[in-house]
Design a protein around this ligand. Structure first.
Ligand SMILES: [Zn+2]
Length: 185
């Protein structure tokens, strides 16, 4: 292998014949892991690796939680580009094989990773919520569902006076009108 992965790092996408704007030829390789975008510069005439660059996914700009990645166009020859806005600058990559489809797949997958990071950050802020990192990595979005499912606010009628009561399932709520204790169903 030409590149090193961390213990908790796994390859999600791999594209060949990719060109990095402002510094490469079109025989390079681009890899997306859950942690990094890895760019492998192979040079023009040789299969040897010239250099490997790592762009951390967590450095991608977010606006309202959405990753700033886009399908763009090269101003000169209108080739399609994957444009990624990092906190310290933009990186653009051109794909030579099935460009539009490839780029859309990259955008979708990058957004999934960012969504997952946002959920992990939110979960850490809520006390008592345990996050099983490996599980979320495999199934994006599962945590978001379980968080809301367990704490759903319900309404039921007071058995004493028919007033509307709200609470969580099986919670004991005392009616503020007639003082009757009710169990929310
Ligand atoms: Zn009541």
């Amino acid at each position: 292998m030409d590149y090193n992965l961390q213990i908790d790092e796994g390859v999600l996408l791999q594209s060949i014949k990719v060109k990095r704007m402002g510094g490469s030829d079109s025989l390079d390789e681009l890899i997306l892991t859950n942690l990094n975008i890895i760019y492998i510069d192979r040079g023009r005439y040789t299969k040897n690796v010239k250099k490997v660059l790592y762009f951390p996914v967590e450095d991608i700009k977010r606006i309202d939680g959405k990753a700033q990645v886009a399908l763009g166009q090269n101003g000169r020859n209108s080739s399609l580009q994957l444009q990624i806005y990092f906190n310290n600058g933009v990186e653009s990559f051109e794909f030579s094989k099935k460009a539009k489809k490839e780029i859309k797949k990259w955008i979708k997958t990058i957004n999934s990773i960012i969504d997952n990071m946002e959920i992990e950050e939110e979960s850490k802020a809520i006390p008592g919520v345990k996050v099983v990192t490996e599980t979320i990595r495999d199934t994006f979005g599962v945590i978001a569902n379980t968080l809301t499912k367990n704490k759903k606010l319900l309404t039921s009628k007071c058995t004493g006076c028919n007033a509307i009561l709200t609470g969580y399932k099986k919670e004991v709520v005392r009616c503020k009108y007639c003082d009757t204790k009710n169990i929310i169903k």
